[in-house]
Design a protein around this ligand. Structure first.
Ligand code: ADP
Length: 225
């Protein structure tokens, strides 16, 4: 479970996250939905440990991982996989090397790395592309490599920040199905940032609405998203 307790974050004296409290249950798929600039990405960065809160506490599975002005667990110790728009694949590495990168950094032995890479390319259906470089792949295939790379370390939590927003509609719809299928197989907790109501409704079991750095709890009865 992920828990934010009254978390705030300021940038340049401006409060961009304002006393946000939020719980995400283990295995849940939550979409953070709201207009551009309302603080969704900052919430993901706080959970990941890439940004430190100015107030409040963040807990993962009951353990305090961050408190005001302090990370208590470094990002790599949090069991989190990231699929961010700006975390591009390494262009000089093959598909297999890209997926193995985090495993190597964690010191996982070669035989196990190879086994995990095989498993992951199978899961994202890129078995024929192990030795291809990102430039040789379509946008959708590249995004599947990014998914495989994030999932290879078997994270408990996967944070996705607008991962499909650059894809055309058909690929976007395909990749949504891929993400749902991977979630069904691997059962991670998913927090998914999007400004697309449609994407939020398709992917999430629960939608959390954001507005200007705060949770927007306006009742939405009768709406699907
Ligand atoms: P969203 O993901 O909803 O588009 P963000 O979390 O990216 O929103 O940004 C929320 C606010 O915080 C915006 O006003 C943005 O300009 C500001 N912000 C985000 N990151 C930084 C940063 N590293 N430095 C300064 N301001 C930032």
């Amino acid at each position: 479970m992920i828990e934010l307790r009254a978390v705030s974050k300021d940038y340049n004296g401006h409060r961009v996250i304002d006393t946000v409290s939020l719980k995400v249950e283990t295995g849940e798929r939550v979409a953070l939905f709201g207009p551009s600039g309302c603080g969704k990405s900052t919430v993901l960065h706080l959970i990941a440990g890439l940004v430190i809160p100015d107030a409040g506490d963040i807990l993962i599975d009951g353990e305090f991982v961050a408190t005001a002005h302090k990370n208590l667990r470094e990002p790599q110790e949090r069991g989190i996989g990231l699929v961010f728009q700006d975390l591009a694949l390494w262009p000089h590495m093959t598909v297999s090397e890209n997926i193995a990168f985090g495993l190597r950094a964690k010191g996982i032995p070669q035989a196990e790395r190879e086994e995990r890479v095989r498993e992951m390319v199978g899961l994202v259906r890129l078995g024929d592309y192990l030795n291809a470089r990102p430039a040789e792949l379509s946008g959708g295939q590249q995004q599947r490599v990014a998914l495989a790379r994030a999932l290879a370390l078997r994270p408990r939590i996967v944070l996705m920040d607008e991962p499909l927003s650059t894809l055309d509609e058909e690929l976007n719809l395909q990749l949504r199905q891929e993400i749902l299928r991977l979630h069904g197989e691997l059962k991670f907790t998913l927090v998914y940032v999007t400004h697309s109501r449609d994407e939020a409704a398709a992917l999430a079991t629960r939608i959390v609405y954001f507005r200007q750095g705060r949770l927007d709890t306006t009742p939405r009865t009768g709406r699907t998203a």
